[in-house]
Design a binder for this molecule. Structure first.
Ligand SMILES: *Cc1c(COP(=O)(O)O)cnc(C)c1O
Length: 359
């Protein structure tokens, strides 16, 4: 068996320990004589799995009691619609456009009401986070929406916007559990798990209880109401059972690493190795304004398309895979999520130094 260093933006690297545990339990989960994949979601064994997953997530993120945790399907994309369908009481919302994901969410919200783009960094190819200290927040806005870590462009909100008292909704798909957050500052935090937590197919929604109501936009399907899922412990229908089980294992792994404070420290250390190199390299350079750099996704270029392609190819042959930048921006991107070991980043930098010498 030989494992590569996988810098994919998502689906992405998972902790080896978790994969080994899952493999060991594949045929017989804790004496049940079956795989979790084969198990009724109404069974006692499965109820324990989802309850423990929720409890561990609550502990890791210190989620206040007046927030519900929902394990849903449909990816982040489905939340682009669920958020307005459930929260747009005045049919007005303000969006901060910091990349493709925020833009898609904003476009989707336009199907349901007035969605205003109140700030954008598109003028700089989304290479920075706009100033959000004094935004033109709409008086009747139902919420303000952000994409907290911009997976494609490698920027991160290091300070939350001043929403002037309006509800904040945040897509945290690519920074979920990478550092501690103050949940009480948000109305909704949500993310697909396939970036930093588990296998594709699960999206986690952390939602303040008073936002869960029957008062949704007319025609909202039952499956797209937060209330449906909140009232049924995320088991109104068959949940993505196996995916949730793996997420639960990752939560336990994170607890063993020392929780989110420890993860933040580790992630900062990892990212600094790569950013410090980019700052001193004469060949490679980062594409993001320094103060807005993401800890999770690190885009960089040589400035020469052919050389970029050569680098990606040689890196792959050396066991550093999925370094090609998003198809919309080109260049390279190293996604260095929680499960990427520090050795992976150290070795990548050593490889980049060698490449620089030879080119
Ligand atoms: C990957 C990603 C998405 C899209 O996720 P899907 O699960 O494919 O819907 C949305 N937002 C962010 C920040 C992402 O990184």
């Amino acid at each position: 068996m030989s494992r590569v260093y996988n810098f994919s933006a998502g689906p992405a690297v998972l902790p080896e320990e978790v994969l080994k545990e899952a493999a060991a339990e594949m045929l017989d989960y804790q004496g049940t004589g079956m795989s979790v994949m084969e198990m009724s979601h109404r069974s006692k064994a499965y109820q324990r799995i989802i309850d423990e997953a929720e409890a561990d997530l609550r502990e890791l993120m210190r989620i206040p009691d007046n927030y519900k945790v929902l394990f849903l399907q449909g990816g982040a994309h489905q939340q682009f619609a669920m958020v307005p369908m459930n929260l747009m009481k005045n049919k007005v919302a303000d969006y901060i456009i910091t990349g493709q994901w925020a833009k898609k969410a904003w476009k989707e919200a336009q199907l349901y009401g007035k969605a205003n783009a109140i700030a954008s960094s598109e003028d700089g190819t989304f290479s920075y986070i706009p100033d959000c200290t004094d935004l033109p927040i709409s008086g009747d806005a139902d919420y303000v929406y952000i994409c907290e870590n911009n997976t494609i462009y490698g920027t991160k909100f290091h300070n939350l916007p001043d929403t002037k008292g309006k509800l904040l909704v945040s897509d945290v798909s690519s920074c979920f559990l990478s550092e501690p957050v103050d949940v009480s500052r948000y109305g909704i935090i949500y993310g697909g798990v396939q970036k930093n937590i588990g296998p594709a197919g699960v999206v986690i929604v952390i939602i303040r209880e008073d936002l869960i109501t029957e008062d949704t936009l007319p025609g909202t399907p039952t499956m797209l109401k937060y209330k449906t899922h909140a009232d049924n412990g995320s088991m109104y229908n068959t949940p993505p059972a196996y995916g949730i089980y793996i997420c639960g294992k990752v939560f336990k792994w994170l607890k063993r690493q020392g929780g989110l404070e420890a993860m933040k420290e580790y992630n900062e250390k990892k990212a600094a190795i790569l950013y410090d190199f980019l700052d001193r390299s004469k060949l490679f350079k980062g594409t993001v304004r320094k103060e807005d750099r993401s800890l999770m996704n690190v885009p960089f270029v040589t400035g020469d398309k052919d050389l970029d392609a050569k680098f990606v190819k040689e890196a792959e042959a050396a066991g550093f895979v999925n370094l090609k930048g998003h198809r919309s921006v080109g260049g390279m991107r190293a996604s260095i999520y929680n499960a990427m070991p520090i050795e992976g980043v150290e070795k990548l930098v050593a490889f980049m130094e060698e490449f620089e010498k030879n080119n």
